[in-house]
Design a protein around this ligand. Sequence first.
Ligand SMILES: Cc1cc2nc3c(=O)[nH]c(=O)nc-3n(C[C@H](O)[C@H](O)[C@H](O)COP(=O)(O)O)c2cc1C
Length: 195
Amino acid sequence: MLIPEILDTFRSLLRDARDAGDPEPTAMTLATADGKGRVSARIVLLKGVDERGFRFFTNYESAKGVQLAAHPQVALCFHWKTVRDQVQVRVEGRGERLPAGESDAYFATRARMSQIGAWASEQSRTLPDRRTFDERVARHEKEFQGRDVPRPPHWGGVLVVPDKVEFWYGAQYRLHERVCWERDDGQWRSRLLYP
Ligand SMILES: Cc1cc2nc3c(=O)[nH]c(=O)nc-3n(C[C@H](O)[C@H](O)[C@H](O)COP(=O)(O)O)c2cc1C
């Protein structure tokens, strides 16, 4: 469970990034590793944060989804260029699937074409040509015509339950400030790190 001190700091920095005109303040790098320790990283959007952790949504059968299932340890990284003298937030923890009800609730808020896209895209797998994808989109549009699009079983949320959160505040002459929080035996403790 994230303590209010960490959560409040994160939320206030995210608000600052939004207020400072960051075009994509919820964009975060997500790093995952496969069973052999090979690491990959990509951007996903943060769709919620609370005391349980950080949430994003994706295709469970994508490369990241397969990696998460094999190796649940993940890292997130935010970089807000327009806040103060730049801010970086690093999160480490375990990724776990959100309960189906929560994924259903979020899926229902998505634009209809995004919902269709979740059915049509076999994310991360080989696409022979663009026309094949367009045809899949058209097929699913027809399939769900006149009714709500249900959430595909292979699509849903991931909750990153953190055990480490670091706030990095840029400063002149590389004299940055780093505040590192770690959870040990259920207790969160902070310490400063050399920049
Ligand atoms: C700004 C931005 C936001 C993105 N948001 C998401 C997202 O929320 N979920 C997602 O699955 N992919 C998102 N993507 C696409 C991912 O970066 C990635 O291409 C895709 O998830 C496939 O990754 P994988 O093959 O490693 O599983 C986003 C890309 C960008 C550039």
